[in-house]
Design a protein around this ligand. Structure first.
Ligand code: PLP
Length: 362
C-alpha cells in the first residue's frame, strides 16, 4: 500500500490528514522542547498548556461556559457505563435508560449492577432500526438521570433532535457522533465519548460535565472513578493519556479551522446523502437498516441481496482502496463509517463503487 486508503472503519477510525501531518512535524521535537509530547512530563508547562487548550477548544466548539468542565479520562466509554451510575445513582434512586442499540444496552446493564434502572423506551423490536418518538418515552418518577446514546454506531441510527426532560439530568453517550453537528450542549448534565471514533485516537475518553453534577457526585467510591477528583485536579490526578489528549486537541483545532460544527454538519449531510441516495436509488439492491427518519450521518448500514454478494462487495472495495466496510455481526451486511474526518472524496468514491457494483451484479 503506497497511498492512504479511504478508511471506513467504525473505530479506531480515520483521522484528518492535516492533523496527522502536524503530529508528524511535531513528533521529534515539540515546539523546541527537544522531545515528543509522548516523552514529556504531564506536570510540565508544555503539557499543561495542551491539556488546558483541549478543554477550552472543546468548550468553545460546544458553546459551553464556566459551568461546565471537560475531563480527559481513561477506560473508554465502557468505563463511563459504570462511572455514571457509581457517581449519580444513589441508594433508593432509579436511573432511566433509553435503549437504542447494543451500547445503550451495555450501559443499562452496567448500571443495573449498581442500582435500580428503568427502561424508559426501547426500539429493540425490529433490531434497533429507529430512534423512539417522544411519545414512546415513559420516564419513571423523578429518576436520578436519563441516559441516551446519541448515535448507534452498530445499527446506524442517530437522534435527530434531543429530548428535553426539564430538570432531570440528561446523560449522553456521544462516542460516535460528538461534534458532528451543532446542538444545545447546555441541555446535558453529562456527555461522554471515547475519542477513537470522532475525536482522535483511542486511549482517552472525553467527559463534559456540568458543575452541579460534579458537586453532587458520590465521594464514597474508588478515587479514580470520582468525577469530582478528576475535575479538581484538572484531569491530572494521575498520569493522563497525554499523547491522545494532544491528538484530540489537534483534531479540535482542525474542526475550528474547518468552520466549526455548522460547517461540519453541512459536510456530513452532503457526504451521507451521496451514499443514502445510492441506496435509495438502487431499486432494492441495497437496503438500508435504519428507518429513514432515524438515519445516522456517521454510520451508514445497509445490506445486499445475499451474503455472498456482501463478501464480494467488501473484498472488491478493499482492492479499490476502501476498507472497513464489513458491518457488525449483529446487523450483518455493510457499514460505512463516515465520521467528521472522512472526506467527501471518500464518500463519492464509495457511492461510485456501489453503483458500479450494482451494475455488474444487480
Ligand atoms: C465504541 C462505542 C463504545 C465503546 O467505547 P470504548 O471506548 O471501546 O469503551 C460505547 N458507546 C458507543 C456509542 C460506541 O460507539
Amino acid at each position: 500500500m503506497t497511498e492512504r486508503v479511504f478508511n471506513f472503519n467504525a473505530g479506531p477510525a480515520t483521522l484528518p490528514l492535516p492533523v496527522l501531518e502536524e503530529a508528524q512535524r511535531e513528533m521529534l521535537n515539540y515546539r523546541g522542547s527537544g522531545m515528543s509530547v509522548m516523552e514529556m512530563s504531564h506536570r510540565s508547562k508544555e503539557y499543561e498548556a495542551i491539556n488546558n487548550e483541549a478543554e477550552a477548544n472543546m468548550k468553545e466548539l460546544l458553546g459551553l461556559g464556566d459551568n461546565y468542565r471537560v475531563l480527559f479520562l481513561q477506560g473508554g466509554a465502557s468505563t463511563q457505563f459504570a462511572m455514571v451510575p457509581m457517581n449519580f445513582l444513589q441508594p433508593g434512586q432509579r436511573a432511566d435508560y433509553i435503549l437504542t442499540g447494543s451500547w445503550s444496552e451495555k450501559a443499562q446493564k452496567e448500571a443495573a449492577k449498581l442500582g435500580q434502572t428503568h427502561i424508559a423506551a426501547t426500539t429493540q423490536e425490529g433490531n434497533y432500526k429507529r430512534i423512539p418518538s417522544l411519545e414512546e418515552i415513559q420516564l419513571s418518577e423523578s429518576p436520578a438521570y436519563v441516559h441516551i446514546t446519541s448515535n448507534n454506531t452498530i445499527f446506524g441510527t442517530q437522534w435527530q433532535s434531543f429530548p428535553d426532560f426539564g430538570n432531570i439530568p440528561l446523560v449522553a453517550d456521544m462516542s460516535s457522533d460528538i461534534l458532528c453537528k451543532p446542538f444545545d450542549a447546555s441541555k446535558f448534565a453529562l456527555i461522554y465519548a471515547g475519542a477513537q471514533k470522532n475525536l482522535g485516537p483511542s486511549g482517552v475518553t472525553v467527559v463534559v460535565i456540568r458543575q452541579d453534577m460534579i458537586e453532587k457526585a458520590a465521594t464514597n467510591i474508588p478515587t479514580m472513578l470520582r468525577y469530582d477528583i478528576h475535575a479538581k485536579n484538572n484531569s491530572l490526578y494521575n498520569t493522563p493519556p497525554s499523547y491522545s489528549v494532544y491528538m484530540v486537541n489537534l483534531v479540535l483545532k482542525w474542526l475550528k479551522a474547518q468552520g466549526g460544527l455548522a460547517s461540519m454538519e453541512q459536510r456530513n449531510l452532503e457526504k451521507a446523502a451521496l451514499i443514502y441516495d445510492t441506496i435509495d436509488g438502487s431499486n432494492g439492491f441495497y437496503s438500508g437498516h435504519a428507518d429513514k427518519d432515524s438515519r445516522s450521518t456517521m454510520n451508514i448500514t445497509f445490506r445486499l441481496p445475499n451474503e455472498d454478494l456482501e463478501k464480494t462487495f467488501a473484498s472488491e472495495a478493499t482492492k479499490q482502496g476502501m476498507i472497513g466496510l464489513k458491518g457488525h455481526r449483529s446487523v450483518g451486511g455493510m457499514r460505512a463509517s463516515t465520521y467528521n474526518a472522512m472526506s467527501r472524496e471518500g464518500c463519492q468514491a464509495l457511492a461510485d463503487f456501489m453503483k458500479e457494483f450494482m451494475r455488474k451484479n444487480g
